[in-house]
Ligand binder design. Structure first.
Ligand SMILES: [Mg+2]
Length: 165
């Protein structure tokens, strides 16, 4: 079995669009990663945000299929800005799956610091995370909405992992 780590934001749920909409309303520039944005992230009501967020590419059923295949030892590896965010994500995942490991990662830490990376797969929508992951011996897979030519393997559905590995 291969160790498989799956990102949450931008892979399982599109939590990014509602956050950007909120930032726009408050006249904040999300591209700048300013202090205000950090503050905004830490103040968001994550339970409502998760409710408002769209599931991406049938990800939840795909994770069930990946588990059923017996090919992968799956964990969710997600950056968090606050403990409230961690709690909301843990509750959401626990409401859908019986037995799935969730690793919340403080925003200022690399995902590579939280677990063993050697030969493990990380599916993430952010190239920076994948670059760090590969630099520490892992296999990076970029999740995008549309197919993309990039330095990593690319999937538009978690289901694609069944063919890739
Ligand atoms: Mg992400």
């Amino acid at each position: 079995m291969k160790n498989l780590y799956i990102d949450f934001d931008g892979v399982i749920l599109d939590t990014i669009t509602p956050v950007y909409n909120l930032a726009k309303k408050l006249n904040l520039d999300v591209k700048k990663q300013s202090k205000e944005i950090g503050l905004l992230y830490s103040k968001i009501d994550w339970e409502s945000l998760i409710e408002e967020s769209e599931e991406l590419s049938n990800s939840i059923n795909s994770i069930k299929d990946l588990k059923a295949s017996g090919k992968f030892n799956i964990s969710i590896l997600t950056h968090i800005n606050s403990l409230k965010e961690a709690k909301a994500k843990i509750e959401f995942i626990n409401s859908l799956f019986d037995d799935l490991t969730i690793i919340p990662v403080p925003k200022s830490c690399s995902k590579t610091m939280m677990t063993q990376t050697k030969d493990a797969i990380l599916v993430d929508d952010f190239g920076g995370n994948l670059r760090e992951w590969e630099a520490s011996g892992g296999i990076g897979v970029k999740f995008t909405k549309e197919p993309e030519k990039c330095e990593f393997k690319n999937v538009t559905s978690l289901e694609d992992l069944l063919e890739l590995f």
